[in-house]
Write a protein that binds this ligand. Structure first.
Ligand code: GRF
Length: 212
């Protein structure tokens, strides 16, 4: 059974979705860069080992990433899952976990990489928004895409209502992606594309606003 380590910085709702999904893997630890991350308490309540590597204790990204990798490697993970981990990682760190480092991002990448994705989507008036699970590469929010979920943007949406609609889907697609990885149904191929060993196709079209 594969070992996974989850990195968080805050609320931890995606981490919680993973803990509750009965994945075919062992969740070895949850690690945060912030001691006050609410998600640490959720992890502890599930009996999962937790650790804090506080980025403020390190003078630069290189030394923080080295310390973080040291703690992560103690758990010998096969997969390292970023679940709302709000630090940009160095190319060295990303390279160390090539093909094993996964992130969830609250937009339909490659649109709206970076922060404030819901506000930017509303500002632009897009009618479809969503979330993406992808392998992490040194190019921020541009790694090979594993799975995406699309949601409609509704006419009275606020940043909060849109975020909630997207988050609901995040909690569905992240466990799915990790399940595929842990059961070796997908991998990062040599060409940098996601290889699906068992492909499922979706036949649905989302039209937003809907047709009359
Ligand atoms: C999620 O929207 C995730 O996509 C983004 O950060 C947020 C984390 O939320 N990377 P939570 O901590 O999982 O509740």
């Amino acid at each position: 059974m594969k070992n996974i380590v989850i990195l968080i910085s805050g609320r931890g709702s995606n981490m919680q979705a993973l803990l509750e999904a009965q994945l075919p893997c062992r969740i070895a630890a949850v690690i945060s860069n912030r001691a006050d991350a609410e998600g640490l308490n959720i992890a502890k309540a599930h009996g999962i080992a937790t650790a804090v590597v506080a980025h403020r204790d390190y003078p630069d990204r290189d030394s923080f990433d080295a310390a973080l990798a040291n703690i992560i490697d103690g758990y010998q993970p096969d997969v390292v899952v970023l679940a709302g981990f709000m630090r940009i990682l160095t190319a060295d760190f990303v390279g160390r976990y090539h093909g094993k480092l996964i992130n969830i991002h609250p937009s339909l990448l490659p649109s709206y990489g970076g922060l404030h994705t819901h506000a930017r989507a509303l500002h632009d008036g897009v009618k479809i928004h969503g979330c993406t699970v992808h392998f992490v590469t040194p190019n921020l929010d541009h790694g090979p895409i594993i799975i995406q979920a699309a949601v409609p943007v509704l006419c009275h949406d606020t940043e909060q209502t849109l975020a909630a609609r997207v988050l609901h889907e995040e909690h569905r697609i992240y466990p799915q992606a990790i399940r595929w990885l842990c059961s070796e149904q997908i991998e990062l191929g040599a060409s940098g594309q996601v290889v699906f060993h068992k492909r499922k196709q979706s036949a649905f079209t989302l039209i937003s606003p809907g047709l009359d």
